[in-house]
Design a binder for this molecule. Sequence first.
Ligand SMILES: *Cc1c(COP(=O)(O)O)cnc(C)c1O
Ligand code: SF4
Length: 322
Amino acid sequence: MPDGHPPQKRTLRSVQDIISAGLAGEISSAALEAVATRYAIAIPPALQSLIQTPGDPIGLQFIPDAAELFTAPHENADPVADEALSPIPGIVHRYPDRALLKPLLACPVYCRFCFRREQVGPDGGVLNDAQLADAYAYIAAHPEIREVILTGGDPLILSPRRLGAILQNLGAIAHIEVLRIHTRVPVADPSLITDALAEALDIPTPLFLAAHINHARELTSAAVQGLEKLQRRRIPILGQTVLLAGVNDDAQTLGELFRAMLRARIKPYYLHQLDAAPGTSRFHVPPERGRAILASLRGHISGTALPTYIFDRPGGLGKIPL
Ligand SMILES: *Cc1c(COP(=O)(O)O)cnc(C)c1O
Ligand code: SF4
Protein backbone atom coordinates (compact mmCIF):
# COMPACT_ATOMS: atom_id res chain seq x y z
CA MET A 1 0.00 0.00 0.00
CA PRO A 2 1.97 3.03 -1.21
CA ASP A 3 -0.07 5.52 0.83
CA GLY A 4 -0.06 3.42 4.00
CA HIS A 5 -3.78 2.58 4.14
CA PRO A 6 -4.67 -0.90 5.37
CA PRO A 7 -6.02 -3.18 2.61
CA GLN A 8 -9.74 -2.63 2.04
CA LYS A 9 -11.96 -5.61 2.69
CA ARG A 10 -14.17 -6.65 -0.19
CA THR A 11 -17.30 -8.76 -0.45
CA LEU A 12 -16.57 -12.49 -0.25
CA ARG A 13 -18.36 -14.17 -3.16
CA SER A 14 -16.67 -17.51 -3.83
CA VAL A 15 -15.58 -20.65 -2.03
CA GLN A 16 -11.98 -19.51 -2.44
CA ASP A 17 -12.87 -16.16 -0.82
CA ILE A 18 -14.43 -17.94 2.17
CA ILE A 19 -11.42 -20.24 2.59
CA SER A 20 -8.89 -17.39 2.19
CA ALA A 21 -10.74 -15.36 4.80
CA GLY A 22 -10.35 -18.28 7.23
CA LEU A 23 -14.11 -18.70 7.56
CA ALA A 24 -14.54 -22.23 6.22
CA GLY A 25 -14.02 -23.85 9.63
CA GLU A 26 -14.30 -27.62 9.38
CA ILE A 27 -16.20 -27.63 6.07
CA SER A 28 -14.44 -29.33 3.16
CA SER A 29 -13.89 -27.30 0.01
CA ALA A 30 -15.77 -29.97 -1.97
CA ALA A 31 -18.87 -29.51 0.20
CA LEU A 32 -18.52 -25.74 -0.06
CA GLU A 33 -18.31 -25.98 -3.85
CA ALA A 34 -21.45 -28.12 -3.94
CA VAL A 35 -23.32 -25.54 -1.84
CA ALA A 36 -22.00 -22.66 -3.94
CA THR A 37 -23.27 -24.30 -7.14
CA ARG A 38 -26.76 -24.23 -5.70
CA TYR A 39 -27.00 -21.08 -3.57
CA ALA A 40 -25.42 -17.65 -3.95
CA ILE A 41 -22.73 -16.46 -1.55
CA ALA A 42 -21.95 -12.89 -0.53
CA ILE A 43 -20.52 -11.62 2.74
CA PRO A 44 -19.88 -7.86 2.56
CA PRO A 45 -17.11 -6.20 4.62
CA ALA A 46 -19.47 -4.78 7.28
CA LEU A 47 -20.62 -8.29 8.16
CA GLN A 48 -17.18 -9.91 7.82
CA SER A 49 -15.86 -7.65 10.53
CA LEU A 50 -18.61 -8.84 12.88
CA ILE A 51 -17.76 -12.54 12.49
CA GLN A 52 -15.61 -13.54 15.45
CA THR A 53 -15.60 -17.29 14.78
CA PRO A 54 -17.26 -19.25 11.95
CA GLY A 55 -19.85 -20.67 14.38
CA ASP A 56 -20.81 -17.38 16.04
CA PRO A 57 -24.30 -15.90 15.59
CA ILE A 58 -23.18 -13.68 12.72
CA GLY A 59 -21.03 -16.28 10.96
CA LEU A 60 -23.77 -18.92 11.15
CA GLN A 61 -26.16 -16.73 9.17
CA PHE A 62 -23.89 -16.11 6.20
CA ILE A 63 -21.14 -18.75 5.93
CA PRO A 64 -22.19 -21.61 3.64
CA ASP A 65 -22.46 -24.97 5.37
CA ALA A 66 -22.51 -28.59 4.16
CA ALA A 67 -25.90 -29.01 5.90
CA GLU A 68 -27.45 -26.93 3.09
CA LEU A 69 -27.04 -29.92 0.79
CA PHE A 70 -29.64 -31.85 2.79
CA THR A 71 -33.25 -31.03 1.91
CA ALA A 72 -35.66 -32.26 4.59
CA PRO A 73 -38.89 -33.92 3.38
CA HIS A 74 -41.07 -30.97 4.42
CA GLU A 75 -38.82 -28.35 2.79
CA ASN A 76 -39.96 -26.62 -0.37
CA ALA A 77 -38.33 -24.46 -3.06
CA ASP A 78 -41.09 -21.84 -2.75
CA PRO A 79 -42.27 -22.25 0.86
CA VAL A 80 -44.72 -19.33 0.87
CA ALA A 81 -45.99 -19.81 -2.72
CA ASP A 82 -44.76 -16.45 -4.03
CA GLU A 83 -44.61 -17.88 -7.54
CA ALA A 84 -48.17 -19.21 -7.47
CA LEU A 85 -49.46 -15.81 -6.34
CA SER A 86 -47.56 -13.84 -8.97
CA PRO A 87 -49.91 -12.54 -11.68
CA ILE A 88 -47.08 -10.92 -13.67
CA PRO A 89 -43.26 -10.90 -13.27
CA GLY A 90 -42.15 -9.01 -10.17
CA ILE A 91 -45.59 -8.76 -8.50
CA VAL A 92 -46.93 -10.98 -5.70
CA HIS A 93 -50.54 -10.28 -4.79
CA ARG A 94 -51.89 -12.36 -1.90
CA TYR A 95 -53.71 -9.87 0.34
CA PRO A 96 -56.25 -7.63 -1.41
CA ASP A 97 -54.92 -4.33 -0.05
CA ARG A 98 -51.17 -5.02 -0.38
CA ALA A 99 -48.93 -6.12 -3.23
CA LEU A 100 -45.26 -7.00 -3.27
CA LEU A 101 -43.06 -5.56 -6.00
CA LYS A 102 -39.69 -7.24 -6.51
CA PRO A 103 -37.65 -4.94 -8.77
CA LEU A 104 -34.59 -7.24 -8.55
CA LEU A 105 -33.52 -10.50 -6.95
CA ALA A 106 -29.96 -9.60 -5.93
CA CYS A 107 -28.99 -8.91 -2.29
CA PRO A 108 -26.01 -7.32 -0.55
CA VAL A 109 -25.57 -10.56 1.44
CA TYR A 110 -27.00 -14.05 0.97
CA CYS A 111 -28.48 -15.41 4.19
CA ARG A 112 -28.18 -19.19 4.49
CA PHE A 113 -31.75 -19.47 5.86
CA CYS A 114 -33.44 -17.27 3.23
CA PHE A 115 -36.97 -18.36 2.28
CA ARG A 116 -36.37 -17.08 -1.25
CA ARG A 117 -32.98 -18.77 -1.58
CA GLU A 118 -34.00 -20.66 -4.72
CA GLN A 119 -34.90 -17.37 -6.41
CA VAL A 120 -32.36 -14.79 -5.17
CA GLY A 121 -28.88 -14.42 -6.62
CA PRO A 122 -26.47 -11.92 -8.17
CA ASP A 123 -27.39 -12.53 -11.79
CA GLY A 124 -31.14 -12.85 -11.80
CA GLY A 125 -34.38 -11.05 -11.79
CA VAL A 126 -33.89 -7.37 -12.56
CA LEU A 127 -37.17 -6.09 -13.99
CA ASN A 128 -36.61 -4.18 -17.22
CA ASP A 129 -38.44 -0.95 -18.01
CA ALA A 130 -41.25 -2.72 -19.87
CA GLN A 131 -41.81 -5.14 -16.98
CA LEU A 132 -41.80 -2.26 -14.50
CA ALA A 133 -44.37 -0.44 -16.65
CA ASP A 134 -46.52 -3.60 -16.61
CA ALA A 135 -46.18 -3.76 -12.82
CA TYR A 136 -47.36 -0.14 -12.46
CA ALA A 137 -50.25 -0.89 -14.82
CA TYR A 138 -51.26 -3.95 -12.76
CA ILE A 139 -51.26 -1.89 -9.55
CA ALA A 140 -53.12 0.98 -11.21
CA ALA A 141 -55.76 -1.49 -12.45
CA HIS A 142 -56.33 -2.82 -8.89
CA PRO A 143 -57.80 0.03 -6.82
CA GLU A 144 -58.06 -2.29 -3.79
CA ILE A 145 -54.24 -2.10 -3.43
CA ARG A 146 -53.39 0.57 -0.85
CA GLU A 147 -49.81 -0.38 -0.07
CA VAL A 148 -46.95 -1.53 -2.27
CA ILE A 149 -44.13 -3.36 -0.52
CA LEU A 150 -40.81 -3.29 -2.34
CA THR A 151 -38.80 -6.40 -1.63
CA GLY A 152 -36.64 -8.76 -3.65
CA GLY A 153 -33.78 -9.29 -3.43
CA ASP A 154 -32.99 -5.97 -1.83
CA PRO A 155 -34.40 -2.76 -3.34
CA LEU A 156 -31.85 -0.58 -1.51
CA ILE A 157 -29.00 -1.85 -3.67
CA LEU A 158 -30.59 -0.14 -6.68
CA SER A 159 -29.12 3.22 -7.60
CA PRO A 160 -30.86 6.11 -5.81
CA ARG A 161 -32.01 7.35 -9.19
CA ARG A 162 -33.64 4.09 -10.21
CA LEU A 163 -35.22 3.40 -6.83
CA GLY A 164 -36.41 7.01 -6.60
CA ALA A 165 -38.09 6.70 -10.01
CA ILE A 166 -39.87 3.50 -8.94
CA LEU A 167 -41.15 5.15 -5.75
CA GLN A 168 -42.29 8.24 -7.65
CA ASN A 169 -44.18 6.10 -10.16
CA LEU A 170 -45.90 4.09 -7.44
CA GLY A 171 -46.71 7.19 -5.39
CA ALA A 172 -48.34 8.74 -8.45
CA ILE A 173 -51.00 6.00 -8.53
CA ALA A 174 -54.08 7.61 -6.98
CA HIS A 175 -55.11 4.77 -4.65
CA ILE A 176 -51.63 4.08 -3.26
CA GLU A 177 -51.62 5.40 0.31
CA VAL A 178 -48.42 3.93 1.70
CA LEU A 179 -45.17 2.45 0.43
CA ARG A 180 -42.84 0.11 2.25
CA ILE A 181 -39.33 -1.22 1.59
CA HIS A 182 -37.96 -4.43 3.10
CA THR A 183 -34.18 -4.41 3.27
CA ARG A 184 -31.03 -5.92 4.73
CA VAL A 185 -28.81 -3.04 3.53
CA PRO A 186 -28.62 -1.00 6.79
CA VAL A 187 -26.91 -3.97 8.43
CA ALA A 188 -25.17 -5.56 5.44
CA ASP A 189 -23.78 -2.45 3.73
CA PRO A 190 -24.55 0.80 5.54
CA SER A 191 -22.23 2.66 3.16
CA LEU A 192 -25.01 2.36 0.56
CA ILE A 193 -27.19 4.72 2.62
CA THR A 194 -25.82 7.87 1.08
CA ASP A 195 -27.32 11.35 1.15
CA ALA A 196 -28.40 10.74 -2.46
CA LEU A 197 -30.29 7.62 -1.40
CA ALA A 198 -31.92 9.41 1.54
CA GLU A 199 -33.00 12.17 -0.82
CA ALA A 200 -34.45 9.67 -3.30
CA LEU A 201 -36.50 8.11 -0.49
CA ASP A 202 -37.85 11.50 0.63
CA ILE A 203 -41.10 11.33 -1.29
CA PRO A 204 -44.56 12.76 -0.59
CA THR A 205 -46.13 9.30 -0.14
CA PRO A 206 -45.62 7.93 3.41
CA LEU A 207 -42.76 5.43 3.20
CA PHE A 208 -41.94 2.83 5.86
CA LEU A 209 -38.75 0.83 5.95
CA ALA A 210 -38.56 -2.66 7.45
CA ALA A 211 -34.96 -3.51 8.33
CA HIS A 212 -34.03 -7.19 8.67
CA ILE A 213 -31.89 -7.53 11.84
CA ASN A 214 -31.32 -10.79 13.71
CA HIS A 215 -28.77 -9.98 16.40
CA ALA A 216 -27.93 -6.88 18.47
CA ARG A 217 -24.34 -6.99 17.18
CA GLU A 218 -25.65 -6.29 13.66
CA LEU A 219 -26.79 -2.85 14.85
CA THR A 220 -23.35 -1.25 14.58
CA SER A 221 -22.91 2.50 14.87
CA ALA A 222 -22.61 2.65 11.05
CA ALA A 223 -25.94 0.84 10.70
CA VAL A 224 -27.61 3.14 13.24
CA GLN A 225 -26.19 6.23 11.54
CA GLY A 226 -27.44 5.03 8.17
CA LEU A 227 -30.93 4.48 9.55
CA GLU A 228 -30.83 7.88 11.22
CA LYS A 229 -30.32 9.49 7.82
CA LEU A 230 -33.61 7.96 6.75
CA GLN A 231 -35.41 8.77 10.01
CA ARG A 232 -34.49 12.43 9.49
CA ARG A 233 -36.43 12.16 6.23
CA ARG A 234 -39.59 11.13 8.14
CA ILE A 235 -39.20 7.43 7.34
CA PRO A 236 -40.29 5.24 10.27
CA ILE A 237 -38.12 2.15 10.68
CA LEU A 238 -39.56 -1.25 11.60
CA GLY A 239 -37.45 -4.20 12.68
CA GLN A 240 -38.00 -7.68 11.36
CA THR A 241 -36.19 -10.67 12.77
CA VAL A 242 -36.08 -14.33 11.85
CA LEU A 243 -35.97 -16.69 14.85
CA LEU A 244 -32.90 -18.84 14.19
CA ALA A 245 -31.42 -21.72 16.17
CA GLY A 246 -27.91 -20.88 17.38
CA VAL A 247 -28.29 -17.22 16.36
CA ASN A 248 -30.98 -15.66 18.54
CA ASP A 249 -33.12 -18.44 20.06
CA ASP A 250 -32.89 -17.43 23.70
CA ALA A 251 -34.56 -14.74 25.78
CA GLN A 252 -31.38 -12.85 26.60
CA THR A 253 -30.25 -12.53 22.96
CA LEU A 254 -33.68 -11.55 21.68
CA GLY A 255 -34.25 -9.14 24.58
CA GLU A 256 -30.92 -7.43 23.82
CA LEU A 257 -31.83 -7.21 20.14
CA PHE A 258 -35.26 -5.67 20.73
CA ARG A 259 -33.88 -3.17 23.24
CA ALA A 260 -31.08 -2.25 20.83
CA MET A 261 -33.75 -1.65 18.19
CA LEU A 262 -35.69 0.70 20.47
CA ARG A 263 -32.52 2.64 21.27
CA ALA A 264 -32.10 3.11 17.51
CA ARG A 265 -35.77 4.21 17.23
CA ILE A 266 -36.68 0.99 15.44
CA LYS A 267 -40.04 -0.58 16.30
CA PRO A 268 -39.72 -4.39 16.50
CA TYR A 269 -42.44 -5.45 14.06
CA TYR A 270 -42.27 -9.16 13.22
CA LEU A 271 -40.41 -12.11 14.68
CA HIS A 272 -40.66 -14.64 11.86
CA GLN A 273 -40.90 -18.36 12.36
CA LEU A 274 -38.41 -19.86 9.86
CA ASP A 275 -39.94 -20.83 6.52
CA ALA A 276 -39.13 -24.33 5.32
CA ALA A 277 -36.80 -23.45 2.43
CA PRO A 278 -34.43 -26.22 1.26
CA GLY A 279 -31.39 -26.95 3.40
CA THR A 280 -32.35 -24.68 6.30
CA SER A 281 -33.39 -27.21 8.98
CA ARG A 282 -30.28 -26.53 11.12
CA PHE A 283 -31.89 -23.15 11.89
CA HIS A 284 -35.31 -24.55 12.87
CA VAL A 285 -36.74 -23.54 16.26
CA PRO A 286 -39.96 -25.31 17.30
CA PRO A 287 -42.84 -22.82 17.63
CA GLU A 288 -43.46 -23.90 21.25
CA ARG A 289 -39.91 -22.82 22.06
CA GLY A 290 -40.39 -19.50 20.27
CA ARG A 291 -43.57 -18.90 22.25
CA ALA A 292 -41.86 -19.76 25.52
CA ILE A 293 -39.03 -17.31 24.77
CA LEU A 294 -41.44 -14.47 24.02
CA ALA A 295 -43.54 -15.32 27.08
CA SER A 296 -40.45 -15.10 29.26
CA LEU A 297 -39.64 -11.66 27.84
CA ARG A 298 -43.09 -10.27 28.51
CA GLY A 299 -43.09 -8.32 31.75
CA HIS A 300 -39.30 -7.93 31.62
CA ILE A 301 -39.14 -5.69 28.60
CA SER A 302 -41.16 -2.73 27.35
CA GLY A 303 -44.31 -3.68 25.50
CA THR A 304 -43.11 -1.43 22.68
CA ALA A 305 -40.11 -3.77 22.27
CA LEU A 306 -42.19 -6.88 21.59
CA PRO A 307 -42.81 -7.88 17.96
CA THR A 308 -45.59 -10.15 16.73
CA TYR A 309 -44.39 -13.74 16.39
CA ILE A 310 -45.59 -14.71 12.94
CA PHE A 311 -45.64 -17.73 10.66
CA ASP A 312 -46.16 -17.62 6.91
CA ARG A 313 -48.12 -20.79 6.24
CA PRO A 314 -46.98 -23.02 3.39
CA GLY A 315 -48.94 -23.03 0.15
CA GLY A 316 -49.75 -19.31 0.11
CA LEU A 317 -52.24 -19.44 2.99
CA GLY A 318 -50.75 -16.29 4.44
CA LYS A 319 -49.32 -15.12 7.74
CA ILE A 320 -50.75 -16.00 11.13
CA PRO A 321 -49.60 -14.93 14.60
CA LEU A 322 -48.24 -17.84 16.63
C1 LIG B 1 -45.78 -10.74 4.16
C2 LIG B 1 -46.48 -10.32 2.97
C3 LIG B 1 -47.09 -9.06 2.89
C4 LIG B 1 -47.01 -8.04 4.00
O1 LIG B 1 -47.64 -8.47 5.15
P1 LIG B 1 -47.73 -7.49 6.41
O2 LIG B 1 -48.39 -8.35 7.44
O3 LIG B 1 -48.54 -6.31 6.00
O4 LIG B 1 -46.33 -7.11 6.77
C5 LIG B 1 -47.77 -8.75 1.73
N1 LIG B 1 -47.87 -9.61 0.70
C6 LIG B 1 -47.29 -10.83 0.76
C7 LIG B 1 -47.45 -11.74 -0.40
C8 LIG B 1 -46.57 -11.23 1.89
O5 LIG B 1 -45.99 -12.43 1.92
S1 SF4 C 1 -31.20 -10.33 2.34
FE1 SF4 C 1 -33.33 -11.12 2.53
S2 SF4 C 1 -33.85 -11.83 0.47
FE2 SF4 C 1 -31.62 -11.57 0.52
S3 SF4 C 1 -30.78 -13.57 1.10
FE3 SF4 C 1 -31.04 -12.44 3.03
S4 SF4 C 1 -33.10 -13.03 3.75
FE4 SF4 C 1 -32.98 -13.58 1.55
